[in-house]
Design a binder for this molecule. Structure first.
Ligand code: AKG
Ligand code: FE2
Length: 280
């Protein structure tokens, strides 16, 4: 378990910027702006924390709604629990791609239903990204079809998310929609968080795909103990939104006392003049 809530690194030789600024930028729902996205792109921020993005009552309802819908293991990672289907699960297999696109709309609706009687904070975030980004933001398409967005995920006590990176082009090699990204962020809104544990851990040093594949030893990620101490540790509070560079190595420390439930998606960036896109 990691105890500090936010660690600030002033001089890190491995990261892209050596600007002496905090690598965790804090804001709120009304303060989130294009400058935060740009700070993630430039490496001035590793994590943007939007405090209390969803209110406590909504989080209780949504967390219970998620539990009632029922979490299932990933098709290709049995130890991680989710609701909906991640594009990562398709491994570009024809039958799984069909299932992914066929289920996308129903899965988007199901998360919305789990939020009733509250509006979905994921929908708020989608609208805010569209508002704040000069070229707007929209749902990612592939093969002319709309992708799923809004994967619910649970980390149970004494389990982790191993250290990994999320790079769209690794899941969709040769596909223009994925290869055209120049940056990728993860967005997570947390509906229940443990009192102890459950921190997001990040490392500045990027691993190449071959270094990563060597170190993960056939698993989907690298054991946290096999890496040096993380460079950035952020403990989300209930209702927080965290945005971070998903192409950097990251992991989730084990919750100690209760499950940690969130909804997650990716944001794709293709330069300042192009729209942001999102998918799960
Ligand atoms: O749950 C988290 O804090 C991060 C999960 C993750 O690996 C991701 O969103 O890419
Ligand atoms: Fe990730």
């Amino acid at each position: 378990m990691y105890t500090s809530s936010v660690k600030t690194i002033d001089n890190c030789s491995n990261c892209q910027s050596n600007c002496g600024q905090s690598f965790v930028i804090e804001t709120d729902k009304y303060g989130l702006s294009s400058s935060h996205i740009k700070a993630l792109v430039s490496g001035k921020a590793c994590v943007v924390r939007v405090s209390a993005f969803a209110n406590q009552h909504a989080c209780d309802v949504i967390s219970n709604g998620q539990a009632a819908m029922g979490f299932e293991p990933y098709i290709n990672v049995s130890e991680v629990r989710k609701i909906g289907m991640a594009f990562y699960e398709t491994e570009l297999k024809a039958d799984l791609l069909d299932a992914y696109f066929d289920l996308a709309e129903k899965n988007r609706q199901e998360f919305r239903r789990a939020c009733e009687p509250y509006g979905s904070p994921l929908d708020s975030l989608r609208a805010i990204l569209d508002d704040i980004w000069p070229a707007g933001a929209g749902l990612q398409t592939m093969f002319g079809r709309k992708m799923f967005v809004g994967l619910s995920r649970m980390v149970e006590p004494n389990t982790t998310f191993l250290a990994h990176h999320d790079i769209f082009a690794e899941d969709a090699p040769g596909i223009e929609e994925a290869e055209s990204l120049t940056a990728q962020f993860a967005a997570n809104i947390y509906f229940s968080v443990p009192q102890k544990g459950g921190e997001l851990l990040m490392w500045h040093r990027n691993l190449t795909t071959s270094e990563f594949d060597e170190q993960r030893k056939g698993k989907y990620g690298i054991s946290i103990e096999d890496l040096p101490a993380p460079d950035v540790i952020v403990k989300p509070n209930t209702g927080d939104l965290l945005l971070f560079d998903s192409r950097k190595i990251h992991a989730v420390a084990s919750p100690q006392d209760s499950p940690r439930r969130a909804v997650s998606f990716f944001v794709g960036y293709r330069g300042e003049d192009n729209p942001l896109t999102y998918w799960s």
